[in-house]
Design a protein around this ligand. Structure first.
Ligand code: SAM
Length: 191
């Protein structure tokens, strides 16, 4: 298959947005896969701010980072991403180059704890405020679980209405796959 699959494409978009020394965000660290990827992407001179409301997710991510010796440039917060702006130091506001959110529930965790439309949109609004111009926010939208369709609809509806002078909004989706496959919404800040 030549078309890039959803998860690799989410990383390709992050690679376009950020590189060595940059400030990036993992809005839903979960099992730490994206956190590890981002820590490698920005390197020892960069910084990753990672968020998750579940202690289990923070612990699993910490362990992954320790195994890969990537703890130095990552700061993890057991906190909701709806408070992102508060946790990122003021001197980095305007300099965040990339952010990634895998929506839904923690794999091998409690499936009842899911990302929610209101808080996901609050995180997006705050990030748009503190991103650098040409910074990219990627949402990998899982929507097959209970509540997932509501979040998907709210987010799609919200991003469709972002002023095109303010941001470019992309949807990357396989249209003929069965069983509610995830898709990507990417938002690139323009001004
Ligand atoms: N990116 C992760 C990985 O690589 O393993 C997977 C993330 S998982 C699909 C979604 C995560 O979002 C869960 O761990 C859940 O606890 C977390 N979450 C739910 N609501 C949140 C919120 N308001 N702020 C931050 N994290 C949240």
């Amino acid at each position: 298959m030549k078309l890039e699959r959803i998860l690799p494409y989410s990383h390709t978009l992050m690679e376009k947005a950020a590189s060595n020394g940059d400030i990036v965000v993992d809005g839903t660290v979960g099992n730490g896969n994206d956190t590890v990827f981002l820590a490698k992407l920005v390197g020892p001179t960069g910084k990753v701010y990672g968020f998750d409301i579940q202690k289990e997710a923070i612990e699993r991510t910490k362990k992954r980072l320790q195994e890969e010796q990537l703890t130095d440039n990552v700061e993890l917060f057991q906190a909701g991403h709806e408070n992102i702006k508060k946790y990122i130091p003021k001197h980095f506001h305007g300099h965040v180059k990339g952010a990634i959110f895998n929506l839904g529930y923690l794999p091998k965790g409690d499936h009842r704890v899911i990302t929610k439309p209101e808080t996901t949109i609050q995180a997006l609004e705050q990030l748009l405020d503190i991103m650098a111009v040409e910074g990219i926010i990627v949402f990998v939208v899982y929507h097959g679980h209970p509540g997932g369709d509501v979040e998907k609809e709210a987010l799609v509806d919200y991003v469709k209405n972002i002023d095109q002078q303010k941001a470019h909004v992309l949807c990357y989706q396989f249209l003929n796959q069965r069983n509610n496959p995830p898709f990507i919404i990417a938002v690139e800040k323009r001004r």
